[in-house]
Design a protein around this ligand. Structure first.
Ligand code: ADP
Ligand code: MG
Length: 344
């Protein structure tokens, strides 16, 4: 097992600054997810770690080795990309073995490796098929098998599941995570999907506009988001964020946090799952109900702000009625209106 460390990595193309001083470490055997909206620099960063892109500044270490100037082949990593890039004219076995053949592994080593990864990924029945005769999920497994058979201590994946349907993605999440732990691979995995990040990561690196917004375990990003961006990017539906204490909201603020009255500089955040319907809460009008099967999302209007409340499927207030919303002080997150950062 080995680590990856990025030290102040930046990347520009002319005037486009894609990465602005990124630093973090992936511990040996850790599953780190690079998460962020489209265009925030995730692919650029993972391609830099792979050696497919040069840096404009900063350094990359794999273990104790500074690999910033090393070619991809010298970095001892395997990769799985969004387009599986399987060779269409080669069958599954040949696709999986391609890298081992290039490296002139012995036939015995090739056979042993192929048997092992094909069994692991349920590909044994398909070894003679061409990729065009496989489903998206099977093609994805072939791409993973090709990465795993290399036995590289580090694996990089860039949105490997974006071509799969939702149900398959759910299954593959657990499969990828299980394999990573079983093989003790150090993983850097890119996604824009916060559910993938939350379910698989030991560590999330949340990127926003080429900078790191927050780094931590999923429970830290969910429970203690450092900014309004982090608060709203993680969690579905996103955290409610509304002006905390401007005077028109006196009633709201007084009910819960007297210290927030007349604080127009603050934004208050409460997750939909932390709001309850009570006898004596803040009055809000129910304007819509989203039925999700296991639960319901109530869309409420409160002093001009839209507040979402996650509630049990048994609750059935009628649209247009007045509800009373309650939440606990410890579930309130405060952000500066000016900087959007968390206030302690
Ligand atoms: P993500 O993978 O998070 O969607 P990318 O890393 O692909 O984001 O892109 C980050 C930014 O860098 C975007 O603004 C993108 O347009 C820009 N970019 C990416 N590759 C190039 C390139 N080869 N030349 C110029 N700009 C690029
Ligand atoms: Mg990308």
């Amino acid at each position: 097992m080995t680590s990856i460390r990025l030290n102040n990595v930046s990347k520009s193309w002319g005037s486009v600054e894609a990465l602005k001083g990124i630093s973090f470490e992936v511990a040996p055997g850790n599953f780190t997810v690079l998460l962020g909206p489209s265009g925030c620099g995730k692919s650029t960063l993972i391609r830099i770690v792979a050696g497919l892109e040069t840096v404009s500044g900063g350094e990359i270490f794999i273990g104790d080795r500074n690999v910033t100037a090393c070619a991809p082949a010298e970095r001892n990593i395997s990769m799985v990309f969004q387009s599986y890039a399987l060779f269409p004219h080669l069958n599954v076995a040949e696709n999986i073995l391609f890298g081992l053949k290039v490296r002139k592994a012995t036939p015995a080593k090739q056979k042993e490796g192929l048997d092992r990864v094909a069994t692991m990924l349920g590909l044994t029945p398909y070894l003679a098929r061409k990729p065009s005769k496989l489903s998206g999920g099977q093609q994805q497994r072939v791409a993973m098998a090709r990465a795993i058979i290399s036995e590289a201590p580090i694996c990089l994946m860039d949105e490997p599941m974006s071509n799969l349907d939702a149900q398959l993605r759910n299954e593959m999440r657990m499969e990828i995570q299980g394999l990573q732990k079983e093989l003790g691979i150090t993983m850097l995995y890119v996604t824009h999907d916060q559910i993938e990040a939350m379910t698989m990561a030991d560590q999330i690196v949340l990127l926003n506009g080429g900078r790191t917004e927050q780094i931590g375990h999923p429970t830290e990003l969910y429970g203690a988001p450092c900014s309004q961006f982090a608060a709203r990017f993680i969690g579905t539906p996103p955290m409610n964020v509304f002006p905390a204490g401007d005077l028109t909201r006196g009633a709201l603020s007084r009910s819960f946090r007297p210290d927030l009255v007349a604080r127009p500089d603050l934004l208050m955040g409460v997750r939909p799952e932390d709001i309850y319907l009570g006898e004596d809460g803040v009055e809000a009008k129910l304007v819509n109900v989203e039925y999700l099967g296991a639960d319901k999302i109530l869309h409420c209007e409160l002093d001009g702000s839209r507040i979402l409340v996650r509630t049990s499927r048994e609750t059935s207030p009628s649209i247009g009625s007045t509800l009373r919303l309650v939440w606990k002080n410890e579930d309130v997150h405060l952000f500066s209106k000016e900087t959007q950062q968390k206030i302690n």
